[in-house]
Design a protein around this ligand. Sequence first.
Ligand SMILES: [Ca+2]
Ligand SMILES: [Ca+2]
Length: 304
Amino acid sequence: MRVWVFFVLCLAGKALAAPQQEALPEEEEVIEDVTTESLQETVGTNPVQVEVGEFDETANEEEEEEEPSDNPCLNHHCKHGKVCEVDENNAPICVCQDPSTCPETMGEFEKVCGTDNKTYESSCHFFATKCTLEGTKKGHKLHLDYIGPCKYIAPCLDNEISEFPLRMRDWLKNVLVSLFQRDQDNNLLNEKQKMRVKKIHENEKRLEAGEHSVELLARDFEKNYKMYIFPVHWQFGQLDQHPIDGYLSHTELSPLRAPLIPMEHCTTRFFEECDTDSDNYIALEEWAKCFGIKDEDVDKNMIV
Ligand SMILES: [Ca+2]
Ligand SMILES: [Ca+2]
C-alpha cells in the first residue's frame, strides 16, 4: 500500500497503453513521449495522458465526411464496437461488430472485466458485445470495469480509503512538476497552466517526489494545501472530454479507473463515494471535495 501511486500508476499506464496501441494503431492519437517515457522514472505514467481513446465509447461516432472513393467505408469511422458496412444505396453505415471478427488476442493482459462481472477476451470483444445490447437497459448499464480478467477484489476498508486521495494528489502534483521541468516548451500545458505549475515548482516547501508515509503526505497536504488545488483541477480537466461539461461520466472516468482497479482495491469505492448525489456523474465540485479541496477553492476557470 505504501508505494501505491508510484508503482501502481506506472504499471497502469503500461497496461493501458499496450493493448490499445496494438489493436488500433492508426485510429487513436498517441500523445508525445514526454509523458509516457521520461516521466515514468520519477513519477510513474499518467494513465490519463497515455491514452483515452479505447475507453471512449462516444468518440468517432459516424462524424467524418467520406471522401469520394471506390469504397465508401474507407474514411468512414465508427465508434468502438461498430464497423462500417455499405447499405443498398452504397452509403456507409455503422453496424455492430461481430465479436468473432475482433483481432486475435495475445494473452491475459488483453482481457477486460465488464461491470456485469464477465471476462471479455479484449476490449474489442467487450465493445462489440455492448453494441449488440444497444437500446436495452442491460446495455446501458454495461461498462468496461477494469483491465484484466475478472477477479475477486477485496472490500476497501475505512482506514484504507483515506489513503487513496493522499497518494493520488501527491502523484498528480509530481506529474505536473515533472512535466514542467522536463520540457518547458511542451504543449501539454498551456501558458496559464505552466504559470501555475511554475509556482509549485519554485516553492521551496514542496515535498519532493518519492516514497512518503501516509502521515507525511497528510501533514504536507495540511501545510502546503494550496499546491494541491491546481493538480486536482488539472486531472479533472484531463478526464472531462466527451463532452467537456464539468461532469465525469463512467466512460470518461474509465481511463483512470480501469487500469487502477485490479491493483488498488479502493478505486471503485473511492469514485462511487465521490458521486455524493448519486446521479452517476462526478461533478467538478464533487471531485474536488473528495480530494479534500475546499468549496471556495473550486474554480471552473482553472481547468481551461
Ligand atoms: Ca464530461
Ligand atoms: Ca454526482
